[in-house]
Design a binder for this molecule. Structure first.
Ligand code: SF4
Ligand code: FES
Length: 252
């Protein structure tokens, strides 16, 4: 077999897609220290890979104690929201090449929720608020014998807020939520919106009553952080405004 020439070897090496990237990760292990600290990991990776791939590489090849949530790895389950380079994003939807890999990539847990370990936060307060707005269809009377019909126009009314995957990127980017975790937060309001404006639902008034209280929509300061953070492109601030308007007019 012919030996490859030096030129060919060099050409192949220069065509390698891999680059060296530093992941700067906020680590916290309450069994080791009460303080969180930054830890750097250098890895060879194709910049077309996602931040989640980098985290997997670290966990599987460099430090098995690194702890984070993920499930689908394709932007559907909402479990891997984290602060990447200071912005809330899904690790599985963030390409390394898009976030300036020539500098260290910082990865931290989302803010406003207690950290259990490394990138894992306590999601219970978030889901508690979600449950409180009754995120399900409420109807009265007998069960229909066929599906509940709805016009395309009526369905369109709440289409945007059906896209939520409960990742908490919006709620944990909200300064009001950081300062007071009692605020329902954008995600709960988005999921209330989804049913308040559903023509088949009969509990709009009840949800408005809940969201009109002291921890509800009037806490929103319209900073648009939530809309910027949403990986599903939901117009979160607009949904909050619509709920505010429905509270005033009682029209939905
Ligand atoms: S509204 Fe967007 S950012 Fe907020 S929980 Fe739903 S998908 Fe995530
Ligand atoms: S792992 Fe499911 S959304 Fe990222």
């Amino acid at each position: 077999m012919a030996t490859p020439t030096m030129d060919k070897v060099e050409a192949e090496a220069s065509a390698s897609p891999y680059i060296t990237v530093t992941f700067r990760i906020r680590r916290f292990n309450p069994e080791v220290s009460a303080e969180a600290s930054w830890e750097d990991f250098r890895l060879e990776i194709d910049p077309k890979e996602r931040v989640l791939d980098g985290l997997h590489k670290i966990k599987w090849e460099l430090d098995g104690t690194l702890t984070f949530r993920r499930s689908c790895a394709h932007g559907i389950c909402g479990s891997d929201a984290m602060r990447i380079n200071g912005k809330n994003r899904l690790a599985c939807k963030t390409l390394i090449k898009d976030i300036g890999p020539e500098k260290p990539i910082t990865v931290e847990p989302i803010k406003g929720l207690a950290v259990h370990k490394d990138l894992i936060v306590d999601m219970e307060p978030f889901f508690q608020s979600y449950r409180e707005v009754m995120p399900f269809l409420v109807t009265s009377g007998n069960e229909p014998t066929r599906e509940r019909l709805q016009s395309a126009k009526d369905r369109e009314r709440f289409d945007d807020t059906t896209k939520c995957i409960l990742c908490a990127a919006c709620t944990s980017s909200c300064p009001v939520f950081w300062n007071d975790g009692q605020y329902f937060g954008p995600a709960a309001i988005v999921n209330a919106h989804r049913f308040i404006f559903d023509s088949r639902d009969e509990a709009g008034d009840q949800r408005l009553e809940i969201l009109g209280g002291q921890d509800g929509v009037w806490r929103c300061r319209t900073t648009f952080n939530c809309t910027d953070a949403c990986p599903r492109g939901i117009e979160v601030t607009k949904a909050i405004q619509e709920v505010k308007r429905a509270l005033i007019t009682r029209r939905f």
